[in-house]
Design a protein around this ligand. Structure first.
Ligand SMILES: O=C(O)CCC(=O)C(=O)O
Length: 285
């Protein structure tokens, strides 16, 4: 499969060796335009509630539920081909969100997206993340910063709990990460795809304008997802989605039966007249 000028094999090799790869012209111009219109149309202030989400950063979760244009990006064939390489069959979408970093935002704490899974490092990735530049990422506006090769590091090489904090050790860690990182300068429409165990962060926005991005992330079919899509994406919407999207949202099983619903395949729960067996009790059904 061709991914811009590179082939799929090159992208996979880059993720294996450096922890990430960039697809420069990932979005078609019309797609990017639709995303901009969509994000402007979603009412509400979704400012972050902590330093990780970002006090001056807006996030809209379960983004794929808002529009088909996001759904198409979630199941983009190039991304799926890379997920197929690194994740087990029936992998899941773990989050789908927009990330708009506003002027004045400070850098995010360094982290790996699959930090939640308490499996000692070094270890294979549990997830695979994408960050799509809806606006161009520059050195000034908070483009993603990434530490090449950090997906291979052990817990000892990282140096303990690295999530956040102002202790001397945390500050020394942040300084070391900064010196080893690259700030991704990407044209609008580009996408970085990285292993879930690669250290990275959203950068600080010292520009005058917002830095809009979106991030779809995927995980192993046996891992708990960051977002609970069963509750956030109405079933009537899921019914209209492609089989691949339904599978990504958890209407699938890890063979032979993880994810089953009262002994049945979860797709059966999408039928309009579906009632869980327990609800049929006493109803003569
Ligand atoms: O916004 C970015 O560039 C990265 C954000 C990120 O890493 C996260 O929120 O987990």
């Amino acid at each position: 499969m061709k991914i811009n000028n590179n082939d799929l094999a090159t992208a996979i090799e880059e993720i294996k060796t450096q922890g990430y790869t960039v697809i420069p012209d990932f979005l078609q111009p019309a797609q990017r335009q639709s995303i901009k219109v969509l994000l402007l149309s979603i009412d509400g202030q979704f400012l972050g509630r902590n330093n990780f989400e970002g006090d001056k950063t807006e996030r809209i979760y379960s983004l794929l539920a808002y529009d088909k244009v996001i759904q198409d990006i979630v199941e983009d064939k190039r991304v799926m081909a890379i997920c197929d390489e690194f994740l087990e069959a029936n992998y899941l979408l773990t989050t789908s969100q927009s990330i708009c970093i506003h002027p004045g935002e400070t850098p995010q704490p360094w982290h790996a997206d699959d930090i939640f899974y308490s499996i000692p490092r070094p270890r294979p990735m549990v997830g695979l993340s994408t960050v799509v530049a809806v606006d161009a990422f520059t050195l000034e506006n908070g483009g993603t910063e990434i530490v090449p090769g950090s997906h291979l590091w052990s817990d000892d090489e990282i140096g303990g709990d690295y999530r956040e904090g102002g202790s001397e050790r945390d500050l020394a860690f942040a300084k070391r990460m900064k010196s080893q990182s690259v700030a991704l300068e990407m044209p609008a429409g580009a996408c970085v795809i990285f292993a879930g165990n690669t250290l990275h962060r959203g950068g600080e926005n010292n520009s005058n304008g917002p830095r809009q991005a979106l991030s779809n992330q995927y995980c192993q079919p046996w891992a708990r997802t960051i977002e609970n899509f069963f509750l956030s994406v109405p079933r009537e919407l899921v019914r209209e989605m492609s089989p691949k999207l339904q599978s990504l949202l958890g209407y699938s099983v890890l063979s032979p039966f993880m994810g089953q619903v009262s002994g049945s395949h979860p797709l059966k729960a999408l039928a309009p007249d579906y009632l869980p067996p327990v609800s049929r009790l006493g109803q003569g059904l």
